[in-house]
Design a protein around this ligand. Structure first.
Ligand code: SF4
Ligand code: SF4
Length: 394
């Protein structure tokens, strides 16, 4: 179906969202703040760090810390923020850091990237092959085309660093785009370009791995998303901390400083939500609705979209009518109807033992086609989580 196409063409040159006056920088539960309330911080200074890893999150601009809460730090931008940002990216220091990164590999490189804001630790684990998933994650997204066509130096830097992070011997690059130019660089000649039919859900990691290797769930194969490669490349190319991200806003690729509120981004793009509209973060199939538009865009966020009121019938807890459409579309060959029914009544062990819910790829197609508008993806995620914790306890 045309509406499930993942081929977005070359995409636009990423549009820079101007810095807002206030930022909300979020981080994971195991982080602790490195700054105090009311402290003045420079652009690129560490705001918070993970407790048991070298991972940090950095100030996107110079400013003042206005609040510190669980999992977030709020900052007000300094009036002289632009000058301060230039100072923080002093070319000499950045160039020395870049050279140091170029000489590192494996765990030492992951450690150094962590101090610059990129979580690359999982990429150093033993693996026979790496599959870079460079398909647009969902239909309607375009940022992958923009990254490959307009930010090729960043992608190349990420792919080179990836080769030094992972011990794998075999390398694949799965894409819907003409990526030949990327690999003219001899240092990337080990990557084999694979071009599957670009129709959703081919962008699910498990299906990208299958397209590359010809096998379902092969052992020792690591899938890495292009967004992660891009973030690694941004740091490796500049030698500066990761303080901005690339993402999709309703079919246009943008770049914004980490912590920029969703409301500011949508206003910049002329997409102010009205009453009854839903703002979806990270995709219409797999993302989530934002309840607070002050949410600051994070380094892993890939899209923002506004779903206008009345576009789709609302999701409800209506009973399954047994139409079977969810079974027809499921790429994992599961019975989403039965899993959702079991999850609805708390029969999580049955979800695992009888219906293999752990094989669900969380593509969201079952929810998209459900005639009863049941919250299928939410049932799948609940069943996976609850049945996994049952397994841990048993
Ligand atoms: S989200 Fe639904 S359609 Fe997709 S893999 Fe899981 S059960 Fe199948
Ligand atoms: S698509 Fe919805 S209504 Fe139809 S079988 Fe699946 S869960 Fe039931």
């Amino acid at each position: 179906m045309q509406r499930f196409s993942l081929d977005s063409g070359p995409g636009n040159v990423p549009e820079q969202v101007p810095a807002p006056d206030e930022f909300i920088v979020s981080f994971e539960a195991d982080f602790v703040a490195c700054v105090a309330k009311k402290a003045r911080v420079e652009a690129g200074a560490a705001l918070a760090r993970a407790q048991e890893r070298s991972l940090r999150i950095h100030a996107p601009v110079a400013g003042v810390v206005t609040d510190i809460g669980p999992g977030r730090i709020c900052m007000a931008r300094a009036q002289d923020a632009d000058d301060a940002a230039d100072e923080a990216k002093a070319p000499q220091t950045a160039s020395e850091t870049k050279q140091a990164l170029d000489a590192l590999q494996g765990a030492a490189l992951a450690e150094a990237l962590g101090t610059l804001g990129v979580d690359a630790f999982a990429l150093t684990l033993p693996a026979k092959a790496v599959v870079v998933n460079a398909l647009n994650p969902e239909p309607g997204m375009v940022w992958v085309g923009s990254a490959l066509n307009h930010c090729a130096d960043t992608v190349r830097a990420g792919l080179r660093a990836l080769q030094r992070l992972s011990p794998a011997q075999t390398w694949y690059f799965v894409t819907a785009h003409e990526a030949g130019g990327l690999f003219e660089d001899e240092s990337l000649s080990r990557y084999a370009v694979v071009r599957p039919k670009p129709a959703y859900p081919a962008s699910m990691d498990a299906l990208a791995v299958k397209a590359a290797t010809g096998k379902e769930l092969p052992e020792g194969v690591l899938a890495v998303g292009l967004h992660d490669v891009f973030n690694i490349g941004a740091v490796a190319l500049t030698g500066t901390p990761l303080t901005e991200t690339i993402f999709d806003v309703a079919g246009k690729t943008c770049r914004a400083a980490i912590g920029t509120p969703a409301a500011h981004i949508l206003e910049h793009c002329g997409l102010q939500p009205q009453d009854g509209d839903i703002v979806a973060l990270n995709g219409l199939f797999r993302g989530r609705a934002l309840s607070d538009l002050r949410h600051g865009i994070g380094k892993a966020d890939i899209s923002l979209a506004v779903v206008r009121a009345g576009t789709y019938p609302p999701v409800s807890d209506a009973p399954c009518v047994g139409c079977g459409r969810c079974i027809d579309v499921c790429p994992a060959r599961l019975s989403p109807d039965m899993i959702s029914r079991c999850a609805e009544f708390g029969l999580f062990e049955k979800c695992r033992k009888s219906y293999y819910v752990e094989a669900c790829m969380e593509c969201g197609l079952c929810g998209f086609v459900c005639v009863a508008r049941r919250p299928m993806l939410q049932y799948m995620r609940l069943a996976k989580q609850e049945s996994a914790s049952l397994e841990v306890r048993s």
